[in-house]
Design a protein around this ligand. Structure first.
Ligand code: TXA
Ligand code: MG
Length: 309
């Protein structure tokens, strides 16, 4: 399919209404969508993803005002973040309203992650569907997230009823997840919205990143975001020496493209990891960006997890 038109959106809505699965583009990565209120569709979603049923998925909605339709007792801080960042790469974890979000979407939890994606195809789909669309990244559990429709087909092939092609994702890395159910906001996963931006909006002292191991969110498992090849992180200054050393030992090495601009690095990161896997290299050498600038922290985080695999 070329870029989707009104007919494709209408077809996608029909598929969702009968409990089918639709992969769709967002600005971050492609999502594998199911009706968030349909337990049967959600069970199939988890099966296709090969995702443990207790790992919650994000519910996507069309408009920021729907935060209160899907969540309850939503605190002011969530409204502040939603007003400033939506549509955009921010997920807010709030208390769940059981009538709009099935327990299957949240692993039985009383909370739900909600976001309004910033992509014309995603928004057209959500607008036409009206309800919430539960969607994890459209890859098999634990693998690198897809940033093109082609990646989705490579991973999920016949297991998805429809793939909407909206071109390559413009952010390229998953949303930042902030849990606002406690006394202060907690960043569960750093992503498309940088911590500096969050701090500007709700004040730095109230943002604490949970320590490793404390978080039960799958996006924070070390085994996530890993290609098949072994990923090794090196400083820019050591790259050539390390490359020479590995090659001398007969190891097939690929060097990950590392653009100077961190936004561009985020955009090409998953594509680059997939491409090197496709070439069948044994080792991927990657130079992480400075973690101090914007998306740099998110890119460095995903590379660190990929290397820990
Ligand atoms: O950018 C994104 O967030 C993409 C696009 C498709 O929106 N989605 C995505 O979904 O990355 P997924 O399933 O691969 O990651 C969702 C993350 C997981 O780490 C999950 O644990 C966390 O969101 N999450 C969802 N609901 C949660 C909840 N109620 N409490 C804690 N964590 C939650
Ligand atoms: Mg994922």
């Amino acid at each position: 399919m070329d870029h989707p038109v009104t007919d494709d959106i209408a077809h996608a809505v029909d598929v969702l209404r009968v409990g089918g699965l639709v992969a769709f583009p967002t600005e971050t990565v492609y999502g594998l969508g199911a009706d968030a209120a349909n337990p049967r569709a959600l069970r199939r979603l988890f099966a296709v993803k090969r995702r443990p049923v207790d790992h919650p998925v994000i519910v996507h909605v069309a408009r920021p005002t729907q935060l209160d339709d899907f969540g309850r007792d939503v605190p002011q801080v969530a409204h502040t973040l939603a007003a400033a960042c939506w549509p955009g790469p921010l997920t807010l974890v709030v208390r769940r309203r059981g009538d709009r979000v099935a327990a299957e979407a949240t692993g039985g939890r009383d909370t739900v992650g909600i976001r309004v994606p910033d992509h014309p195809v995603a928004r057209a789909l959500l607008d036409a569907f009206g309800g919430g669309i539960a969607a994890p990244s459209a890859n098999r559990f634990g693998r690198v997230s897809p940033t093109t429709a082609r990646h989705v087909r490579d991973d999920l092939d016949g297991d998805v009823d429809l793939v909407l092609d909206g071109g390559p994702c413009t952010v390229g890395i998953e949303s930042t997840i902030v849990d606002v159910t406690g006394a202060e906001p907690v960043v569960l996963r750093i992503g498309g919205i940088g911590e500096e931006r969050l701090a500007e909006l709700v004040g730095r002292p109230r943002l604490t990143r949970r320590t490793e191991g404390e978080v039960a969110a799958p996006g924070t498992l070390e085994s996530h975001y890993a290609p098949a090849a072994r990923v090794e992180l090196v400083g820019a200054a050591e790259l050539d020496a390390r490359l020479g050393c590995l090659r001398a030992a007969g190891i097939v090495v690929g060097v990950l493209d590392a653009p100077d601009d961190v936004g561009e690095y985020a955009r090409v990161l998953y594509q680059g990891l997939r491409e090197l896997d496709r070439r069948g290299v044994d080792v991927i050498l990657a130079v992480p960006p400075p973690a101090t600038r914007g998306l740099g922290a998110a890119v460095a985080d995903r590379l660190r997890r990929a290397a820990a695999h």
